[in-house]
Write a protein that binds this ligand. Structure first.
Ligand code: HEM
Length: 319
């Protein structure tokens, strides 16, 4: 073939491009001019590496504060991946079983990474440094992670997120608003005696409550539990994934997290106060919170022993 002549497949591509631009009333030739002058894409521009690495701003000069910030950011990115999958599942119409299973597998994989990588916190900072720099972070707390709350809301019905002591009473005759008012983390950060909310909670509510309520309304009929019940209530494949997700999100990740709270904040003679002001020993353990996204998938015995060591080991072996 003459070197100056164009490959027929290239001409075919040009024709297709011309059609594509013509549909929008655009002139292909001008866009080809643009291509002629455009720079090649680089990795650093595409991934925004410089921006990414400019987002760590320690409040103190303790070197381990950077570990603390970056690991929180890594977690938030994984949370974002999880939400991304849930959003696509919720919008899929019609939804096939294989699609649902594959997306649940992705979510499970992300949570597994989060659980196992928590060692970066548990073993990765000097306690002496941590106990000092944390005082500069008051009253900020991971408690204020909105994406964590969104994952919960998009996974199940609001009633399953109600404080365990109110849940029974609110199962019947309560609306979404009432349930949201009694969501477990609000009571966790409210003094029982005075009813006073911690500053951490007050600030979080001010910034995010409207958005969380809107998300709760949006996912009322399209959260993961609803999709499961509507489309695949008898699927063993789906059920085993949902059980694993429930365990990871509500027992295993919380326990990995709790281990870091124990490692840094439990110090004789008395426990150190949390930055978010909760009574964290009573609030954080999954056996007290008893949050389950899919309670119908657990036996009465499993529910009664939720978050207790023996049950966790048995479940891990089973899955
Ligand atoms: C040394 C590391 C950590 C310690 C000592 C710690 C401690 C705590 C404590 C004491 C609480 C209870 C709320 C409060 O009073 O502040 C809490 C809540 C929370 N933290 Fe952490 N945390 C650590 C790392 C992380 C990381 C890396 C994340 C990732 C985003 C995270 C996310 C959360 C979330 C989502 C909650 C709310 C949990 C719930 O409501 O059940 N934490 N943390």
């Amino acid at each position: 073939m003459d070197k100056s002549s164009l490959d027929p497949s290239l001409i075919e591509q040009l024709k297709k491009l011309q059609q594509k631009y013509a549909v929008m009333g655009q002139d292909l030739s001008s866009y080809l001019d643009g291509l002629l002058h455009a720079d090649y894409l680089t990795y650093w521009d595409y991934i925004h590496v410089d921006t990414l690495l400019s987002l760590q701003n320690p409040k103190t000069s303790f070197p381990d504060e950077k570990v603390f910030i970056i690991y929180h950011q890594i977690t938030e990115l994984y949370f974002n991946l999880i939400l991304w999958e849930i959003e696509q599942v919720a919008q899929r119409e019609p939804i096939e079983e294989i699609y649902f299973v594959q997306r649940l597998d992705r979510i499970i994989n992300y949570f597994r990474q989060l659980e196992s990588s928590f060692a970066v916190m548990v073993d990765g900072m000097e306690q002496g440094q941590f106990l000092k720099f944390r005082m500069s972070l008051l009253p900020a707390s991971g408690f204020q992670s909105a994406q964590y709350r969104m994952i919960e809301i998009c996974s199940t019905d609001m009633i399953n997120l109600v404080n365990v002591h109110e849940r029974e009473a609110l199962i019947e005759y309560s609306d979404l608003e009432q349930q949201l008012e009694n969501i477990y983390w609000k009571s966790g950060a409210t003094e029982l005696a005075t009813g006073k909310k911690t500053l951490t909670l007050q600030q979080f509510e001010e910034k995010y409550m409207k958005l969380l309520k809107a998300i709760a309304l949006k996912y009322r009929n399209s959260n993961l539990k609803q999709i499961f019940e509507r489309h695949f209530p008898a699927s063993r494949e789906v059920i085993s994934r949902l059980r694993e997700f429930d365990q990871l999100a509500n027992v295993l990740w919380p326990l990995a997290h709790l281990k870091s709270a124990g490692r840094y904040l439990q110090k004789a003679p008395e426990d150190i106060k949390a930055t978010g002001g909760t009574n964290w020993q009573k609030y954080l353990p999954p056996r007290f919170q008893k949050i389950m996204f899919f309670p119908e998938l657990w036996s009465e015995a499993e529910k009664a022993d939720w978050g207790k060591a023996g049950v966790i080991n048995a479940l891990l072996k089973h899955n």
